[in-house]
Design a protein around this ligand. Structure first.
Ligand code: TZP
Ligand code: MG
Length: 214
């Protein structure tokens, strides 16, 4: 079967993460630096605001042929014409997503504890978020800090694409890929950077270099 998630550098963005800048412009610069998939993660927006933001982002991303993933809002995902959705253990269930949204082309599911790998939710997912690889101020309600050993453990148990998230930057990107991640998801190292394009390019170069040497 073709790889359901063949992406390498995943920008996870919300307006609040962008240091007062327009989030669509930050995302565009990141895409120009090598981001190849973008997730909109708006935890505090109303459903109407979330949809409006998703539509703006989608319009920009379509000009680059970069897929849009929506974090944990099935209505927004479907109505914005997104490529897919990402959910965690206590969000909208993968079974419900599959039953309601036939054209969902990517369903991501966060793994916070190992026992989740044995569930039907995991079986229905196209890729797994390893959440978090390293502790991060961007999301503090987390359970396990997986570390590089955690990535190796999960890698041994599944062939599905693994997306590492949590304090990923250009310094640790190579190690995270060599530990077995397929894709790196980043918030602050890109959204808070003075130059998001250059920040994305640095991480992308580390990923590509590590992939060539694995
Ligand atoms: N899920 C697990 S860690 C995280 C999310 C959304 C935030 C990652 O943000 P950063 O700034 O790249 O550490
Ligand atoms: Mg969630």
């Amino acid at each position: 079967m073709a790889n359901p998630f063949p992406y390498r550098l995943y920008l996870v963005i919300s307006e609040a993460d962008c240091a007062g800048r327009d989030f669509v412009q930050v995302a565009e610069q990141a895409v120009q630096g090598g981001v190849d998939v973008v997730q909109l993660r708006e935890k505090h927006a109303t459903p109407e605001e979330f949809l409006r933001k998703a539509e703006r982002l989608q319009t920009m991303l379509q000009t680059y042929d970069v897929p849009l993933i929506i974090n944990d809002n099935l209505d927004v995902a479907m109505q914005s014409g997104a490529f897919g959705i990402h959910v965690g253990r206590s969000d909208c269930s993968p079974a419900r997503i599959r039953s309601v949204w036939a054209d969902c082309r990517s369903l991501g599911y966060s793994i916070e504890q190992l026992d989740q790998l044995e569930t039907q939710d995991a079986e229905l997912a196209d890729c797994f978020g390893i959440s978090p690889v390293f502790r991060t101020p961007t999301k503090t309600d987390t359970v396990t800090e997986w570390g590089l050993d955690g990535i190796r453990t999960i890698r041994e148990r599944t062939d599905k694409p693994l997306v590492a998230i949590g304090s990923i930057n250009a310094e640790n990107a190579g190690d995270v890929i060599r530990a077995g991640a397929d894709c790196l998801a980043v918030v602050s190292a890109i959204c808070q950077a003075a130059d998001p394009q250059q920040a994305a390019r640095r991480i992308r170069n580390q990923i590509d270099h590590a992939l060539r040497s694995t």
